[in-house]
Design a binder for this molecule. Structure first.
Ligand code: GSH
Length: 198
């Protein structure tokens, strides 16, 4: 199995979960400036992409992570399909993907202009206010235990300083980020992507 990724971008979410589950896989770094043969793997030109040993390819982080977790239910990183708990996990995954993850895009692209950037910055702030209040009452996004959903939020929080979002004003979010970061498999993932040393 191969995971196509680029350091620190949204593919970190899939990467963390593959390591948390403990699968053996090959990591393939995609050069965004020269995507070359990667476009045959994912014509959308986006990471993450997961290529199975039979050649089949799955894209979209939320789909990749659910596939990995559902193939390895003993990892208990998401509840089973069809349960209320899984629906609540999907609620978070969709919220993070559509309201938080993609709202960062204009902030990484100054050519979108200040007005558009402000709209998306405000959206992120509203989302983080909501998450901060939630984390006041819960240790993780799905309650008491770490789940796959937390790895997605952690990945996005890693971009805050790059887009001038000061996370220190949200103490629970900052605590959450530190707690997820300290997980051995998360540390291993960050090291593998060259985001931390040692
Ligand atoms: N909807 C996709 C989005 C994937 C995506 O936006 N990937 C970005 C990195 S975060 C990418 O590959 N960008 C390549 C480029 O912009 O050339 C998902 O959630 O997996």
């Amino acid at each position: 199995m191969k995971l196509f990724y680029s350091p620190g971008v949204c593919s970190l979410f899939s990467h963390i979960i593959i390591r948390e589950v403990g699968l053996s896989f090959e990591l393939v770094n995609v050069d965004f400036k020269n995507k070359g043969d990667f476009l045959d793997i994912n014509p959308k030109g986006l990471v993450p992409a997961l290529q199975l040993d039979n050649g089949e390819v799955l894209t979209e982080g939320v789909a990749i992570v659910q596939y990995i977790v559902d193939q390895n239910p003993e990892c208990k990183l998401l509840a089973s399909n069809g349960t209320w708990e899984r629906a609540k996990a999907l609620e978070w995954l969709n919220f993070i993907a559509t309201e938080v993850h993609k709202s960062h895009y204009p902030l990484f692209h100054p050519e979108t202009g200040q007005a558009a950037q402000k709209i998306y910055m405000d959206k992120i702030q509203v989302a983080y206010e909501y998450i901060e209040k939630y984390l006041n009452r819960h240790a993780y996004l799905l309650g008491n235990d770490f789940s796959a959903v937390d790895a997605y939020l952690f990945t996005i929080l890693g971009w805050a300083s790059m887009v001038k979002i000061d996370l220190t004003k949200w103490s629970k979010i900052s605590e959450f980020k530190d707690k997820v970061s300290a997980r051995p498999k998360v540390q291993e993932t960050l090291r593998a992507e060259g985001l931390i040393r040692n």
